[in-house]
Design a protein around this ligand. Structure first.
Ligand SMILES: C[S@@+](CC[C@H](N)C(=O)[O-])C[C@H]1O[C@@H](n2cnc3c(N)ncnc32)[C@H](O)[C@@H]1O
Length: 229
């Protein structure tokens, strides 16, 4: 049976995960720039836990920028293994973010970030509660997701992946963060900055069926939720 774990184990050992990581470049860039812009509030010892880290690209970039307290968690052992090879300076663990015990080996962190993963969980609220517990008091949560109610072209993803995904509106995600105990929940959007693909060069896929969908999704942007623990 196809599961989230088997899907991402398979992506990790194929080129698929490299393409996925490249497709999230605008997210990593926006997140790290935002940390830099708030650097007066952020000590150089700012610690980051990348939940559902995939190849750990955020941690690789953060390490390059001089941060040293870096941790990653992923459900897929193959992803975590790959991430550890790519970012030896960070510590990676294998575990399910909806289970509290998956966080047992990490110290409390200043920043918890989760990119394109929360909607894979059957019960995302459990994940959010664990993110809250993983953070220092006043620590910062950043959630990024392209699969959300207002981003209509993304709705085909569950069928394309053959997995059950949790589709919620922006307000529902914000309420879930509040229910998990976060405060100061706000949202904005991160937009792809690479050059627009022309209609001539656009390739249809089960994830983006038409050029109109590509344009609409790109204009909508990646939902970016920030909250305080
Ligand atoms: C679309 S990928 C995103 C990976 C990475 N965050 C990135 O920016 O490329 C989703 C990742 O979430 C992980 N994942 C999904 N559900 C998870 C869970 N319940 N606990 C931990 N990791 C999970 C998958 O194994 C996969 O690596």
């Amino acid at each position: 049976m196809k599961t989230v774990k088997s899907t991402f184990d398979q992506w990790a050992v194929s080129d698929r995960a490299s393409n996925m990581t490249a497709g999230h470049a605008h997210i990593y860039e926006a997140y790290l720039l935002d940390l830099e812009n708030h650097s007066q509030d952020i000590p150089s010892a700012f610690s980051i836990l990348d939940v559902a880290c995939g190849y750990g690209e955020i941690l690789r970039l953060a390490s390059k920028a001089g941060l040293t307290s870096l941790f990653g968690l992923d459900l897929s052992p193959e992803m975590a293994k790959k991430a550890q090879d790519i970012v030896p300076a960070a510590s990676f663990e294998v575990g399910d973010f909806t289970k509290a015990e998956s966080f047992a080996l990490f110290p409390k962190v200043a920043g918890c970030v989760c990119v394109e993963a929360i909607y894979y969980a059957k019960n995302p609220c459990l994940g959010l509660q664990n993110f809250k517990s993983a953070l220092d008091i006043n620590g910062r949560l950043d959630l990024f997701l392209d699969f959300y109610q207002e981003n209509r072209p993304s709705h085909v993803w569950a069928k394309a992946l053959g997995l059950k995904l949790q589709l919620h509106s922006i307000e529902e995600w914000k309420q879930m963060c509040l229910d998990a105990g976060f405060s100061a929940v706000s949202h904005r959007f991160a937009h792809v900055t690479s050059e627009l693909v022309s209609e001539h060069d656009f390739l249809s896929s089960p994830y983006t069926e038409s050029y109109a969908d590509y344009l609409e999704s790109r204009a909508n942007g990646t939902l970016w939720l920030t909250a305080k623990a």
